[in-house]
Design a protein around this ligand. Structure first.
Ligand SMILES: Cc1ncc(C[n+]2csc(CCOP(=O)(O)OP(=O)(O)O)c2C)c(N)n1
Ligand SMILES: [Mg+2]
Length: 679
């Protein structure tokens, strides 16, 4: 059974005209294949030409990258696949694949015209469309970054007992990207049956393959992953189709991924603006002679038995259908901010879950209990990360989870954070709710594109939820230097579509993990390493998830508001306890979207604000909190707001040096007096 990301049953798509018989495990013979393939290739060619014209006339927005010359590959790769079951991501030259896998010409024109009926609500452009419901993931521009999603989605479908395959496309240029290696490696190690298909059209924009790689064939790289690889003629749709059919059969047996290089063509410039003057005219002429469309037309007649009048009728029917779609699309109105929902966040998720209570729990144990709770109560939950299995994770927060929940649910990933997050995002779209642990928050930068752009924009672009929980053990004070002590909450808060939670107590830690997990958006939970095993408290969670998303106030006061993050909460509480002033200490807890109102309310009362962060002066969120509060209640401020932070430096290694830069209660104590000087 095919299920959607939220576990609902999804019907298989309607019969795709002409291609149904060729879908795995069925297989067309050459006679039946060529007429069908030619129809799709001709359809795609004509549509590409029309899109190009519409761009030149100003209708289509952005730019147009056509698949002219690539149709044989694009058709051959898609015809065996089952839309709604197999997990797919194709590229900017694969209009034909989209059509075969269920996209409608009218919808695609609307998408390129960015009109009121655009597939992405006109929130994203041209080729960045797909159908998540049908497991055709929409590409992002960052080449290579879709491969791991297909691996994760396919893995998840298999985990759910579905006989799905994955197919993901990359260009010759894209193969130089690190994620290409990471994704192949993950697929090989975890035995995920995905075909990685390289469309080698000899150029990446203006860069020829001679400047891109040195191996003889890109499929030679398969050996490095202990998988099968092959290079075939990508201008022959039959070769592509039958190789994919053969491989799907083989993959059903051995569950291993494969690497297929298709020698294909780009018969135009890179995109509408590119005249491809860098391509030698003799080469272009040779390519034109290999144009797959007339070749396949001939074979549709010779092998497929189509008469000339039949071919002409098919072509006329295609042209009519396309013109009709263009006419309709042009008539559609422009989108307006009033009827396009302009939000980066998906809404939803359960309001209540099971309550949980425990006493004397360390913060690190609160993590463990929250993960255990999730694995116990939701079969979709899976833990991914480095050394989280047998070792129980670097800080032991996952200890015992492998034994309790098994290797199918607690998975040690290879060391590749970017593909790890892509994998998790893909899995989140196919029946899993992944929880990914970065070994240290610092290594999150490895996955900047995946977290910040792919996950963060997923809902905005596709309209589908991206329910992912990312855990980031963070912070200093543990003599770990510049690469193991960062928080990075400032960095992540710069990306839209992410939610950030920063707990400081055991209760907050438990609540943050549950709230982040059940939220339909990518949520990052910062877990301060120093607090894991040094702080403990009660957990008294009544099951009300909505009430978790609020700042935490630890003590009331009239003289000063201290806003503190992470470990600085405890330093601030210590300073407040020693001070004679009446101090209110608040932890924003939800850093994104930042709930500033309760902080503003407190400052209106106290007239003074001190923000305490462990991050460097301009690296954290303190400057933003001060700015927002100043804008909202400047006339109530009795003294200028202050920030206690580390300097803008990498975290120094030696305890004496780190102790000097990292704020502690003494510095906070001084700042309290400076802020309250007017009293
Ligand atoms: C990571 C990344 N860097 C740069 C670009 C800009 N860019 C878009 S397409 C392209 C060329 C891609 O070549 P290739 O992978 O061979 O695919 P083709 O366009 O030839 O099908 C480049 C450099 C990008 N999209 N992603
Ligand atoms: Mg290329």
């Amino acid at each position: 059974m095919v299920t959607t990301a939220d576990g609902r049953a999804a019907p298989l798509p309607p019969f795709v005209q002409g291609a149904a018989d060729g879908r795995y495990p069925n297989r067309l013979q050459r006679e039946a294949f060529y007429p069908v393939a030619y129809r799709w290739m001709r359809f795609s060619r004509r549509m590409d030409e029309r899109l190009f014209e519409l761009f030149q006339k100003g209708y289509a927005k952005g730019t147009v990258t056509t698949g002219i010359g690539n149709e044989a590959t694009s058709v051959g790769l898609a015809m065996p696949l089952r839309a709604g079951l197999d997990v797919v991501s194709v590229l900017h030259r694969d209009l034909a694949s989209h059509l075969i896998l269920g996209a409608k010409p009218y919808d695609i024109f609307c998408q390129y015209l960015a009109n009121a009926e655009s597939l992405t609500h006109a929130r994203e452009g041209n080729c960045h469309y797909g159908n998540v419901h049908l497991r055709r993931f929409p590409m992002i521009s960052h080449l290579g970054k879709m491969l791991s999603l297909v691996v994760g989605g396919t893995w998840s479908a298999r985990r759910a007992g579905q006989a799905a395959f994955g197919l993901t496309v990359i260009g010759d240029g894209g193969t130089s990207n690190g994620e290409f290696h990471e994704s192949l490696n993950v697929a090989s190690v975890l035995r995920v049956p995905v075909i990685f298909l390289i469309e080698n059209n000899h150029y990446a924009f203006s860069t020829p393959t001679s400047a891109q790689y040195r191996c003889r064939r890109l499929s030679d790289r398969a050996a490095g992953y202990a998988i099968e690889g092959a290079t075939i003629d990508g201008t022959d749709p039959w070769q592509v189709y039958s190789t994919i059919c053969d491989w799907l059969e083989a993959m059903d047996e051995d569950r291993m991924p494969r690497l297929l290089e298709c020698d294909t063509l780009r018969l135009q410039g890179h995109a509408a603006y590119d005249k491809a003057t860098y391509v030698d005219p003799a080469q272009l002429e040779a390519w034109q002679a290999r144009d797959p469309l007339p070749k396949t037309r001939l074979l549709a007649a010779e092998i497929g038995g189509l008469g000339q009048s039949q071919i002409a009728a098919i072509e006329a029917e295609i042209d009519d259908e396309i013109e009709e779609a263009v006419k309709r699309a042009i008539a559609v109105g422009r989108p307006s901010p009033t009827n396009v929902p302009m939000t980066a966040y998906a809404r939803g998720g359960p309001a209540r879950v099971k309550a949980y209570r425990a006493s004397r729990v360390k913060n690190g144990d609160a993590v463990n209990r929250a993960l255990d709770y999730l694995l116990e109560s939701d079969p979709r939950a899976v833990l991914l990360g480095l050394d989280i299995g047998v070792y129980g994770s670097a800080f032991k927060t996952c200890k015992g989870l492998l034994e309790r929940h098994g290797a199918e649910r607690v998975i040690d990933m290879p060391l590749c954070e970017s593909a790890g997050i892509g994998f998790a995002l893909g899995a989140s779209q196919v029946a899993s709710r992944p929880i990914y642990e970065f070994q240290f928050a610092d290594f999150g930068t490895e996955a900047c594109t995946q977290v910040g752009l792919n996950c963060g924009t997923w809902f905005f672009r596709s309209g589908h939820e991206a329910p992912l929980l990312l855990r980031l053990p963070c912070g200093g004070g543990v003599t770990m230097g510049a690469f193991h002590s960062g928080e990075f909450e400032g960095l992540w808060s710069r990306f839209s579509g992410l939610k950030l939670l920063y707990p400081a107590t055991a209760q907050e830690t438990f609540e943050a993990i549950l709230a982040g997990y059940f939220d339909p958006n990518p949520c990052l939970v910062f877990e301060h390493k120093l607090l894991y095993w040094s702080k403990s408290g009660e957990i008294d969670f009544d099951g009300d998830l909505a009430s978790v998303w609020r700042p935490r106030t630890y003590c009331q006061g009239d003289d000063l508001t201290i806003v503190a993050l992470g470990a600085m909460v405890h330093e601030s509480l210590q300073a407040a306890a020693k001070s004679e002033r009446s101090i209110e200490v608040i932890n924003p807890f939800v850093l994104q979207p930042l709930a500033i109102a309760p902080i503003v309310e407190s400052v209106r009362k106290t007239g003074r604000l001190l923000v305490v962060q462990e991050s460097g002066e301009t690296q954290g969120l303190g400057d933003r909190i001060i700015s927002l509060v100043s804008q909202r209640c400047h006339h109530r401020l009795k003294s200028p707001p202050r920030l206690v932070s580390a300097p803008d430096l990498p975290v120094p290694f030696a305890p004496e040096l780190e102790g000097q830069t990292r704020p502690g209660w003494e510095k906070i104590d001084l700042a309290i007096e400076e802020t309250c000087w007017d009293d």
